[in-house]
Unconditional design. Sequence first.
Length: 303
Amino acid sequence: MAGYISEFFGYRAEDKSSQAATAAARQVCPFLGTQCTKVLSRDRIISGVCAVRQKTPGSPDVICCPNRIYAEDYKMLHLVAQQAFGCELGLYSGRAAVEKAKAENGAIAVFGHGWGGELRLPQRAGTGSYFVDWVLARLDGAGELVEFTAIEVQTIDTTGNYREARNSLMENRDIVADTVGLNWENVSKRIIPQLIYKGQVLQREDLCRTGLFFVCPKAVYDRVLNRLGGKERIPRFPTQPASIHFLAYDYLETTGEGTITPLGILEEHCTTVYKVQEAFSSMNLPEGNVYRDAIRRSLYGME
């Protein structure tokens, strides 16, 4: 498998502007304003890779760094908050939201990714985890907790290596192929079971009325829905405590050199955790005796 780096320190790989060169030289994440946190495992060199694409013609750019999702001052959180709560309120870090809510007749407390303190949830024996990437909690004008929602963010994990491709971009902004691939197997093995488990936990919460939001690039969104048998296997349901909202959050229109491509919601699908669990556990099975027939073909040359 082979692929390319398609976005580097926030800018398109083919962008040869001074802005793109400066971002790479400073090795700063333009979305968080801090040093890039992605590193190459062997020698801890800063990676700077935001997205990759496969070498196959027509392959999409797939975001591989979660920090890329937080562009435009965490625009994604504001979009989810508006959809979940049906109103526009200021987002503030954890406990700071209480006084802001009193002053502004309501606010949203944010927990996750450096916002707010850690939510002290009980430890679970065995496998699985209660933790989600983000919790948005709506407070009323008195600063009292009214409701909350949860967000899980998933980009794509990569396989192989993009070291040579990264070095080429850093040195002279040349795009070269490397062995980087996309770890689609992780979609089935880890992401879907976690969505089911966390969705069931949230369904039991009195103040979680909108369920779980799953935010991911369009390619991951498509792969997850296909793995579940398509939208016909997980039909659309209105928002409810048992909801799982699948949001394809990805690149909008391509902009010119020296600018960062904006992100937005391209597609969404709301179903229930029970429909996801049912679809995941009832695979599309082949006809009976496929092993028997394969053995006979191998032994006897039968067609």
